[in-house]
Design a binder for this molecule. Structure first.
Ligand code: NAD
Ligand code: TYD
Length: 358
């Protein structure tokens, strides 16, 4: 058996951001054992990791993060020294319909994971030395900005509004509580909206690309004036890698794209690129824009001040938005089978059969 210098658990590695992170770590650190722990909910899709699934340093475990015993057992089996925690329910609209699932996974799931890490690491001969619990969170915990407000910093008080952001805020507090109470080395990062390949098509960008392709309506909430700060997903994965290795335990870092867009402007840019790549006349799909009832409690504006991360670790986004958008649209149009298997539900049935007898 190959000897690995360390074993790291990535939770939620079959999801959107998690799959980019797992791919990056598996490729860049052949000396690490990367263990992808994922329950494979509707949002988890192992097809996102097809290109690295047989790498010798990659392992997949289908587990619920709420299963504290099994997680602890896995940690002991592989002497895990690092956890990068991304598993979550992540869609605001679903949280409005079903807040309980968000509390279970995001709050209780994070607490279970923390408890497992605490049990295993406190019992190990080195205790917490050389260990890290890295929790991935969102800018949405800071609440909503007015158009003229200054950006969210690491010191902005929490003011979550949606059940999703409330559950993420609660999980962030638990992570910091384990640092302050038990001395667990933790890092929390709060990132702005990500976009790029492999995002589940319930989120704005992949949903709209797919709808443009099929000439379906593009449901714009309210007047489309809400502002989000967009970051290309590979830049987020690169920031996580950097912070995992060089960040200071106990610290919080904001990660953002310095790239604010009103929804309607983003949608128009998306239509332009998608029409061009589909060989349609410029603006042909503008007619698909359909203003619909606003999301309940829709936060007006998120915008991240990521200067601390730049100052302390030298990170900044590598990609201009126009280039990121072009790459993203191209990827979805070239990977229509991936999209079709998701929208038909085929991928979920495949896992149900595969794991039925385990
Ligand atoms: P996603 O919904 O695409 O993926 C979530 C993954 O978690 C899925 O693979 C799912 O199967 C898994 N999962 C869900 N419940 C689980 C459980 N109980 N046990 C084990 N696995 C479970 O999410 P994403 O967009 O990749 O987001 C990942 C993380 O980053 C989340 O914590 C989210 O809050 C945070 N985040 C996301 C964004 C964004 O724009 N997408 C921005 C900032 C922060
Ligand atoms: P989303 O991708 O759901 O991310 P978040 O709510 O976490 O920011 O939505 C991005 C923005 O787009 C948000 O302001 C809501 C809006 N939106 C629409 O206008 N129509 C849609 O169909 C969706 C999914 C989102």
């Amino acid at each position: 058996m190959t000897d690995f210098s360390r074993s790291i658990i990535v939770t939620g590695g079959a999801g959107f951001i998690g799959s980019h992170l797992v791919r990056r770590l598996v490729k860049n650190y052949p000396g690490y054992r990367i263990i992808n722990v994922d329950k494979l909910t509707y949002a988890g899709n192992l097809e996102n990791l097809k290109d690295i699934e047989s790498a010798p340093n990659y392992l997949f475990e289908r587990l619920d993060i709420c299963d504290h015993e099994k997680i602890a057992e896995l940690m002991r089996r592989y002497s895990v020294t690092g956890i990068i925690h991304l598993a979550a329910e992540s869609h605001v609209d679903r949280s409005i319909k079903d807040p309980f699932t968000f509390a279970r996974t995001n709050v209780m799931g994070t607490l279970s994971l923390l408890q497992a890490a605490r049990t295993v690491w406190e019992a190990s001969p080195q205790g917490y030395a050389g260990k890290l619990f890295y929790h991935i969170s969102t800018d949405e915990v800071y609440g909503s900005l007015g158009f003229d407000d200054t950006l969210f910093t690491e010191k902005t008080p929490y003011s979550p509004h949606s059940p999703y952001s409330a559950s993420k805020a609660s999980s962030d507090h638990f992570v910091r509580a384990f640092h302050d109470t038990y001395g667990m080395p933790v890092i929390v990062t709060n990132c702005s909206n990500n976009y790029g390949p492999y995002q589940f098509p319930e989120k704005l960008i992949p949903l709209f690309i797919n709808n443009i392709r099929h000439n379906r309506p593009l449901p714009v909430y309210g007047e489309g004036l809400n502002v989000r700060d967009w970051l290309f997903v590979e830049d987020h994965a690169q920031a996580i890698d950097l912070i995992f290795h060089r960040g200071t335990p106990g610290e919080t870092y904001n990660i953002g794209g310095f790239n604010e867009k009103r929804n309607i402007d983003l949608i128009r840019a998306l239509i332009k690129v998608t029409d061009r790549l589909l060989g349609r006349e410029e603006g042909a799909s503008e007619k698909l824009i359909t203003y619909v009832t606003d999301r309940k409690g829709h936060d007006l504006r998120y915008a991240i001040d990521a200067r601390k991360l730049n100052r302390e670790l030298g990170w900044k986004p590598s990609l201009e938005f126009e280039e990121g958008l072009e790459r993203t649209v191209k990827w979805y149009l070239e990977n229509q089978e991936w999209m079709d298997r998701i929208t038909s539900g085929e991928y979920e049935r495949y896992y149900d059969d595969m794991y039925a007898n385990r």
